[in-house]
Design a protein around this ligand. Structure first.
Ligand SMILES: Cc1cc2nc3c(=O)[nH]c(=O)nc-3n(C[C@H](O)[C@H](O)[C@H](O)COP(=O)(O)OP(=O)(O)OC[C@H]3O[C@@H](n4cnc5c(N)ncnc54)[C@H](O)[C@@H]3O)c2cc1C
Length: 394
């Protein structure tokens, strides 16, 4: 985080957020923050600029830190509460949304799918190695022609004797070309099912998507399944229909509710510090009312977003969190984080467009966060349905 200035309080200090956290939650947050500052921040701008994330090494370090599948119980996972997981996401995303994406996809999408819907054999085979970061997972739901509406997916898994044979293409898959295992969702004669696909299986290939202007410190890939033959035991026995993948997405979206605030917090800390150091017309930029109005409004949004995130986290820990409530959090916190990042960019003036500062990187990353795990439009429609009873998706 940016250096502290005299009596300047951060947005979270102003809202006394620490008072709402247990000692253990604060300790987990501080540990992840320290890791982010020491192991990630010094190199993140370069990884972003060159689009070269050392994902394999990082996964092992993140495994050692204990954040991979940290909110899951057993199989080598830490078994923390949901709020602690959210705080870890916040701290990782304060460095870069790409790092948080690696952790979200590994823990909340790939590991969660196996943990919640897998056979005991699948759990034993994959979860301990995924928790240490020795094995990397990806989650293939989106297809070139079906993103917001995965019900239309074309990837098909056909029974052939005792085997399954899968054909299809998945698009925009985080960790795809570095994964050891892919959770692939496919249409079958029996509805949508999930499959645990070792990426070394014949017929499976993954190509990294290049030229992204967002989430450059994250691997995004296309998966091609060309007659991938799997044994009967590859299907996730507990998942039937779209509710399987959607429940995994709810897990990951929950992390984003907190995570996006991390990116915004880092922008606000940077902009505040910059405004205090930068002199314009003979006094610090921070001493002008227009600047203070920007800072105050951003601190308000950040603090309100954090209160919302914590409220949803407490509901989740109490097993009372509904999907439409996660939509409220994702919609609000990502939207406001992006606004904060853009506003902070203005405070930095021309310096705001360089990678010397994290702000434009966060702003560009948040464009992806606005789109993945349900676009802001889709979450708006989910909230609209909850408010009116009318589904306006189609
Ligand atoms: C960097 C990155 C990483 C990703 N990682 C993964 C991953 O690991 N696994 C995975 O499965 N997917 C992943 N995705 C895909 C992501 O989930 C999809 O991009 C997202 O669901 C949107 O789908 P789409 O891009 O096909 O957009 P579309 O569905 O084509 O939507 C285009 C626009 O139309 C809007 N729209 C759609 N339906 C409606 C409607 N009914 N009413 C009004 N507006 C509507 C959308 O909100 C959007 O603005 C990733 C995407 C990105 C960018």
């Amino acid at each position: 985080m940016a250096k502290d200035h005299g009596k300047a309080a951060s947005a979270f200090e102003l809202f006394a957020i620490d008072k709402l956290l247990s000692e253990e939650e604060r300790a987990i947050r501080d540990t992840v923050r320290k890791f982010g500052e020491q192991a990630l921040r010094p190199q993140i701008a370069e990884w972003f600029e060159t689009a070269t994330l050392p994902a394999r090494e990082l996964a092992r370090e993140l495994g050692k830190l204990g954040v991979l599948g940290m909110h899951l119980e057993g199989y080598g996972c830490a078994g923390t509460n949901a709020v602690s997981y959210g705080l870890a996401c916040l701290e990782l995303e304060a460095v870069d949304s790409g790092i948080r994406s690696l952790v979200s996809v590994q823990g909340s999408l790939a590991m969660y799918a196996i943990w919640a819907f897998g056979s005991e054999e699948q759990k034993q085979e994959w979860l301990p190695r995924m928790a240490t970061g020795e094995a990397i997972g990806c989650f293939g739901l989106t297809e070139p022609d079906y993103g917001s509406n995965p019900a239309g997916m074309r990837t098909f898994a056909k029974r052939d004797g005792g085997d399954w044979v899968i054909n299809g293409t998945k698009m925009w898959i985080t960790n795809g070309s570095i994964a050891d295992v892919a959770i692939v969702w496919a249409r079958t004669d029996d509805g949508i099912r999930g499959f645990v696909v070792p990426t070394g299986t014949a017929g499976f290939s993954a190509r990294e998507i290049k030229h992204k202007m967002s989430l450059r410190a994250s691997v995004t890939s296309e998966l091609v399944l060309d007659g991938v033959r799997l044994p009967a035991s590859a299907v996730l026995p507990g998942a039937r229909g779209l509710s399987g993948p959607l429940s995994c997405l709810n897990e990951a979206r929950f992390g984003i509710v907190f995570g996006a605030l991390g990116a915004a917090y880092d922008c606000l800390q940077t902009a505040t510090s910059y405004a205090m150091d930068r002199e314009v017309f003979g006094k610090p930029l921070a001493a002008y009312q227009l600047t203070q109005e920007k800072l105050a409004n951003m601190a308000l949004e950040l603090g309100k977003g954090m209160l919302l995130a914590l409220h949803l986290g407490r509901l989740k820990d109490d097993h009372r969190l509904a999907p439409e409530q996660i939509s409220l959090g994702k919609l609000n916190n990502v939207r406001e984080a992006l606004r904060v990042a853009r506003e902070c960019r203005t405070i930095l003036g021309a310096n705001g467009i360089t990678l010397e500062y994290p702000v434009i990187r966060h702003a560009n990353n948040l464009e992806s966060v606005l789109t993945y795990e349900g676009t802001s439009e889709i979450h708006t429609l989910v909230v609209g349905k909850a408010l009116t009873g009318h589904a306006a998706f189609a």
